[in-house]
Design a protein around this ligand. Structure first.
Ligand SMILES: Nc1nc2c(ncn2[C@@H]2O[C@H](COP(=O)(O)OP(=O)(O)O)[C@@H](O)[C@H]2O)c(=O)[nH]1
Ligand SMILES: [Mg+2]
Length: 271
């Protein structure tokens, strides 16, 4: 009898141990699944993306493409996203020059609400249709203060275009441009360089000789960086969309030509 009780106890102990092992196994499976999922995402992110070729447009007889979806940072085409092309764009420049305002003007307030914010880094997406393909811009906006410098490698790696920005009404921010450019190039030697002077609406109120000095300096920097130069204003929506159109045209060799504008008092475009 004592033996039977003992056997019953040890059976209960064994089944308890089994339960615990099962719980651990389940947990292990869940964790390893999660691990595999995260690893897959990392692999996907590091795969070269089809930047330079637009997917074939849908033939007229085929069903219309699904509505545009917003994709976070480094999503890459899956089976259902075979017509989606991801383009990463980096924004660099000093603080308070209007970088975030520029992105918000481009992506729109609705997108701003679902943007991803990290310390010193803002991430916003915009998806659009071009020739039957979905293009998703992932825009990486680095704050520009000392505390955000460590974000530069992550923001610049794999970017197809790097937008170096300065405030047209602040000479010190124009002087910083060279430093931003060399920091960016350390991590990315192939991205299209674009130099953008912001707050053109305030700039045109400056004395003409000061405007002329700034234009001359900005053009010289742009030449040294082999960059296209744009003056812009987010407040008045000047040259914001045009800059992204220019990136698209350059990347995909689209039939669209940019017109140079060197007229004083007008937003400069120089290349
Ligand atoms: N006048 C003018 N002010 C602007 C323009 N863009 C941004 N600002 C202002 O500049 C300040 C800094 O803008 P923000 O986008 O936060 O700069 P960031 O720190 O570079 O991201 C804000 O007060 C904006 O309202 C512009 O095109 N014109
Ligand atoms: Mg900002």
């Amino acid at each position: 009898m004592a033996k039977m009780i003992g056997k019953g106890k040890s059976r209960r102990r064994t089944s308890k141990v089994c339960e615990q092992v099962n719980v651990h196994c389940n947990l292990f499976h869940r964790l390893s699944f999660l691990g595999r999922f995260i690893w897959d995402r990392i692999l996907l992110c590091s795969l070269p993306r089809p930047y330079l070729r637009l997917p074939l447009p849908h033939p007229p007889s085929s069903p219309p493409p699904p509505p545009p979806a917003v994709h976070r940072g480094c999503s890459s085409p899956s089976h259902s996203d075979s017509d989606l092309v991801n383009l990463k764009i980096s924004l660099l420049g000093d603080c308070h020059i209007g970088k975030t305002s520029f992105v918000i003007k481009y992506v729109g307030d609705e997108q701003e609400k679902i943007s991803l914010q990290m310390k010193g880094l803002n991430l916003m997406d915009k998806t659009l249709f071009v020739q039957g393909a979905r293009i998703s811009f992932s825009i990486w906006d680095v704050a520009g203060d000392k505390g955000s410098l460590y974000q530069i490698p992550m923001a610049c790696k794999d970017a197809v275009a790097i937008l170096i920005m300065f405030d047209l009404t602040s000479r010190s921010t124009l002087n910083s441009v060279v430093g931003w450019y060399s920091k960016a190039r350390k991590w990315n030697q192939t991205a299209i360089p674009i130099l953008i002077g912001t707050k053109f609406d305030d700039f045109v109120r400056l004395p003409p000789d000061l405007q002329w000095t700034i234009v001359t300096q900005a053009r010289a920097y742009a030449r040294a960086m082999k960059a296209t130069l744009f003056f812009s204003s987010s407040t008045h929506n000047i040259n914001v969309n045009k800059i992204f159109k220019f990136i698209m045209a350059k990347l995909f060799n689209l039939p669209w030509t940019l017109e140079r504008n060197l007229t004083l008092g007008e937003p400069v475009i120089d290349f």
